[in-house]
Design a protein around this ligand. Sequence first.
Ligand code: ADP
Length: 577
Amino acid sequence: MFKKVLIANRGEIAVRVIRACQDLGIKTVAVYSELDSDALHVRLADEAYALGGQTAAESYLNTEAIIDIIKRSGAEAVHPGYGFFSENAEFAEAIADVGVTFIGPKPDAIRVMGDKISAREAAEKVGVHGVPGNTTFLEDPSQVIEFGEKHGWPLAIKAAFGGGGRGMKVVNSADEAADALESAQREAIAYFGRDECYVEKYLTKPRHLEIQLLCDTHGNGVYIGQRDCSAQRRHQKLIEEAPAPAISPEIAQAMGEAALKVAKGCGYANAGTVEFLYENGEFFYLEMNTRLQVEHPVTEMISGLDLVALQIKVAAGEELPFTQDDITLHGHAIEVRINAEDPAAGAFLPSPGKITKLVAPSGYGVRWDGGYESGDEVSQFYDNLTGKLVCWAQDRPTAIARTLRALREFTLEGVATTIPADIAILAHQDFQNTTHSTKWVEDTLDLSDIGDAKIVSEELLEEKPDNVRKEISVEVDGKQFNVAAWVPDLVAAKKKSAAASSQGGSGSGSVTAPMQGTVVKVLVEEGQKVAAGDTVIVLEAMKMENNIIAEKAGTVSEVAVSEGQSVSGGDSLLTIE
Ligand code: ADP
């Protein structure tokens, strides 16, 4: 077994992996960006090293810096978590080249599943079918129209290298084909650096089901139940549960076996997930994620298996300690993602900022996998998941009731969160009766009255002028050490609550930033006439582009920001007179 593991990630997943390592008696090495020097994962790890940089590209995606830290720390394995390098074959190879184990599948398997077309072909090869579609790259809208006329509308244009719900455009008729193709290609280039797109049938009321797999390097593999992740916004998951409700045992078994076939077909080892869409009693292969998923805890809760510990053991060469027949599932588990996002009116706008108070609920069957504590900052540069609330109960209705209870007990102040939307979903008949589908949150659920999600901000610390003994961390040569020092106690930071949620005010000519972010586009110049409702600025926060609109018609008298500039919530962007 490894003695020391480096966790190439941040936030809740880094914390999750650190804890699993500590349970196994393995020393942990955290890495951190400039913004994360005091993050929870750094506080919990046995050692921590600076990567430098702020954005993901400068820090957590810096292979050279991570390899350097591997050498300095003596780590024998790297756990990539999810996101960042978790599905990056080059990184896995670079790690292997310095004699260190990548806790995940072999680079070849990552590559096969790395783009949606080769992943589709790999599944077809073992007789597992996806949604009807083409595997040729689109060059012309006429190909889209041809497909639509043959298979029916709507259809989806998808970026072959897309992910995270991006790079997919739904096309309802031939008229929309050209614009949709152009927009899908543009988005694909912007986010993934390549524009290959293909077309498949778009299912209008599917559920998203997926199978958790675990394979070792000795040819053994098992599937561990199914999950339902149909409560989504922007094709991104909000709530997941296991087992998937209202699925016959026959379908569940067929899906599990199909998933395992796909994994075996690409020589898969370690934990992975095969995703399916399910509609009218039929399931269709979507893709395979060659990593640990955000929602793995619901499977852990019903199976009693620690998936992260098993990932580490399998990577160390151990054989799976059980077979398919040994796996038994108990009860029902629900995971709610708590994102720093304002769901008011269904907009789900990013809400970075300082968490002034965080008290997670507890009690029987309640688990909190968090990446932050009171006083921590949710940066605009990273994913906005603050943590996951996971509740287990003996059956689904009790699990729903318990999750609702726990959510109502949750205190998270300083940033807006998805909690009000999560409550609305869980309390809804459609969710409770499992008549929802992947577009249900956006199309059916009414979020118009879940308040303006006022962010309650409190002074974090009281003013204490005296010196106090404090454990502080110092960085020597890029490595973090804890020392005790007598320092003046920190004075509470300036109040910032209103700023984070402040808008320009209805009809106001002053256009302000609704959140902290980076200006990616200024669409107007001084002297230009604008109409009310025109998009004037595109602001990016937490990997999401937000259109900032003019609230009144007039002439732009001042543009206060330029492209690439970082702004805080409440900052003035431009003025219209
Ligand atoms: P990503 O890699 O971006 O996560 P996926 O292909 O896994 O993309 O799909 C993400 C979500 O998009 C699915 O859960 C589903 O809601 C929706 N989706 C994808 N393909 C289709 C399709 N052909 N028809 C209907 N919905 C789809």
